[in-house]
Design a protein around this ligand. Structure first.
Ligand SMILES: Cc1cc2nc3c(=O)[nH]c(=O)nc-3n(C[C@H](O)[C@H](O)[C@H](O)COP(=O)(O)O)c2cc1C
Length: 171
C-alpha cells in the first residue's frame, strides 16, 4: 500500500453506529483480530485479549451496560478488548498499546468495508461486562468494538487544524 492510500484509509474511517442485519464472515473477524495482534506494545508484552460475541442474548446483556445499548444490539459482532493484568509492566505504556491495538482493528475493519465504533463509555460497567463474559479478575475491560456492515454512509467528522496542534519549540 502506498503512503497516500494509507492516509486515505485513516482519514475515511468513521465511527459507525448503525448497521444492517447482514452477518459478518468469521474470516473478516479473523482479519481484524490479526491486525490487533500485530500492534506494537512496550517490551512486546502484548497484554491485549479479545472476545468475539455474536450471540444475541449475550449482546442484549452487554447492551444493558451502556448508554449505547442500541448500537451494541444492532452490531453483528462485538469484540470486547481486555488487558491481561499479569502481563502488564507499566500502566501508561500498556494502555497506550491497547489503544494502538484498537486503532489497528478499526483500520482493518474499515479496509474490509465493515463499520465499527470504539465504545468507551461502557467502561463505567467494566466489571459487569467481565462477569457477563465469565472472565476472571486478571482481565480488565479496555473497550468494546461494535461492528457490522454499515447502514448509513456519509458520516462527517472534524479534526482540529494542524496549526492548533503544532507547538512551538521545535526547530
Ligand atoms: C477512547 C474512545 C472512547 C470512545 N467511546 C465512545 C462511546 O462510548 N460511544 C460512541 O458512540 N463513540 C465512542 N467513541 C468514538 C468517538 O466518539 C469518535 O471516534 C470521535 O467522535 C471521532 O469520530 P470518528 O471516529 O468518526 O472520526 C470513542 C472513541 C475513543 C477513541
Amino acid at each position: 500500500m502506498q503512503a497516500a492510500q494509507l492516509l486515505e484509509l485513516i482519514k475515511t474511517r468513521r465511527s459507525v453506529r448503525k448497521f444492517t442485519d447482514q452477518p459478518v464472515d468469521q474470516a473478516l473477524i479473523d482479519g481484524i483480530l490479526e491486525a490487533g495482534r500485530w500492534a506494537p506494545s512496550g517490551a512486546n508484552n502484548q497484554a491485549w485479549r479479545f472476545v468475539v460475541v455474536r450471540d444475541p442474548a449475550l449482546k442484549e446483556r452487554i447492551a444493558q451496560c451502556t448508554r449505547y445499548g442500541a448500537v451494541v444490539k444492532a452490531a453483528a459482532v462485538l469484540i470486547p478488548v481486555f488487558i491481561h493484568k499479569p502481563s502488564m509492566y507499566h500502566e501508561a505504556k500498556d494502555h497506550q498499546a491497547i489503544g494502538a491495538c484498537l486503532q489497528n482493528m478499526l483500520l482493518m475493519t474499515h479496509a474490509q468495508g465493515l463499520g465499527a465504533v470504539w465504545l468507551g463509555e461502557i467502561l463505567a460497567q467494566a466489571e459487569r461486562v467481565r462477569q457477563i463474559l465469565s472472565l476472571g479478575p486478571e482481565l480488565e475491560l479496555m473497550a468494546v468494538l461494535a461492528l457490522g456492515w454499515p447502514a448509513a454512509g456519509n458520516q462527517k467528522s472534524q479534526r482540529l487544524p494542524l496549526s492548533e496542534l503544532l507547538l512551538a519549540g521545535g526547530d
